[in-house]
Design a protein around this ligand. Structure first.
Ligand SMILES: O=C(O)CCC(=O)C(=O)O
Ligand SMILES: [Fe+2]
Length: 353
């Protein structure tokens, strides 16, 4: 349901695995977040019910919102400014009118699903377009807003763009890129030990034909991720895992040292602002996703780094990572933190962070 310029955009979805439940999401295009504002349940043999504000909201009978008129085959409801609206059909098309308007001028019209078969093989979703008259759009917003305020728990669901924007652009991003050369020679076995990357997503270009990069699957087995020309490897970082409450799992990966010839790779790490404490900003994930996460159970992994995102600011988490990977440098420049992390003094090797 949208106005012509999409500044108001509601998405009405019935998932095939929830055939009796329709969810209404509001796409907040300014902040790039999607929020579940209402759900409508129609179980055969039961009265339909409506709930606002996610799983803490109260179910109420649908007749509290829509007064169905058997004779006319239509239903009316009260808008946010006590204007009565009516859903009706005109030449088979669903439309919304002001119930007191004898002219039946449509305020919102239904545009059916369309396919462009010959030019583009893509489909256009069915949508209800609201007349871009401010009072009407505001009235719809008000109606939904009032309902939502009554329940204290709006669910914000995940949208990668919203994450990227709310955690980086607006708060000062600290993305990082580097070019890595893995030398080969009698005295070098340099790869990278098992680790997670720190931020949201890593885009990794494997610039030479060497195999060597491996990722760990859910069962803990290491599998090869050989270079595929013209592609990036995309790793999920530990910050994305933390902010999604573990729904997205960070990619445990390592690099075996090249057997011959220098290997080059170019990772780009999409990071977050240094002052963000992710533990304070976790997204309220849809309950069905949390259920899937729990059903998946514990993930086996050899990587242990960046576990501190829940409690510390991202910049501190990064600094701990740096000190653990280069303890000699950490000892020189951050003696206090070094001592907390290595109370027994300098370890024989840094760990791969
Ligand atoms: O060189 C690679 O393929 C991966 C490097 C890596 O995982 C890292 O720098 O975090
Ligand atoms: Fe990495």
């Amino acid at each position: 349901m949208a106005v012509a310029d999409d500044t108001i955009f509601y998405e009405i979805v019935t998932r095939f695995w929830h055939p009796h439940l329709t969810k209404i999401h509001r796409n907040d295009l300014e902040n790039l977040v999607v929020e579940t504002v209402a759900e409508i349940e129609r179980v055969p043999g039961r009265e339909p019910r409506v709930r606002f504000g996610g799983d803490k909201g109260e179910w109420v009978g649908a007749d509290a919102f829509v007064q169905f008129d058997e004779e006319r085959g239509s239903g009316t409801f009260l808008g946010g400014s006590n204007v009565r609206y009516r859903w009706e059909t005109d030449k088979g098309r669903l439309q919304l009118v002001n119930a007191d308007d004898d002219e039946h001028t449509p305020i919102a019209g239904f545009h059916p699903h369309r396919r462009h078969f010959f030019v583009f093989r893509m489909s256009k979703h069915a949508f209800i377009e609201i007349k871009p008259v401010p009072e009407i759009a505001q009235d719809m917003e008000k109606l939904i807003g009032e309902q939502q305020q009554q329940s204290s728990y709006p669910i914000t669901s995940l949208m990668p763009l919203s994450l990227a924007r709310s955690f980086t652009e607006e708060r000062g991003n600290v993305h990082r890129g580097k070019i890595i050369k893995y030398p080969v020679g009698a005295d070098s076995d340099q790869g990278v030990g098992p680790h997670f990357d720190g931020g949201f997503l890593t885009l990794l270009l494997q610039a030479t034909e060497h195999r060597g990069l491996q990722v760990q699957n859910l069962g803990g087995e290491w599998i090869d991720a050989p270079p595929v020309p013209g592609t990036f490897v995309v790793n999920i970082g530990k910050a994305l895992e933390a902010v999604t409450q573990g729904v997205a799992i960070a990619t445990s990966h390592r690099v075996l040292s090249p057997a011959s010839g220098a290997r080059y790779s170019v990772p780009f790490f999409q990071m977050i602002a240094q002052d963000v404490v992710i533990g304070k900003s976790v997204l309220a994930m849809p309950v069905e996703m949390l259920a899937l996460r729990d059903a998946r159970g514990k993930v086996a992994s050899d990587s242990v780094n960046y576990a501190e995102y829940g409690q510390l600011a991202a910049g501190q988490v990064m600094l701990i990572g740096r000190i653990k990977s280069h303890p000699d440098v950490g000892q020189r420049h951050y003696p206090q933190l070094f001592h907390q992390l290595f109370p027994h003094g300098l370890p024989a090797h840094g760990s791969a962070y």
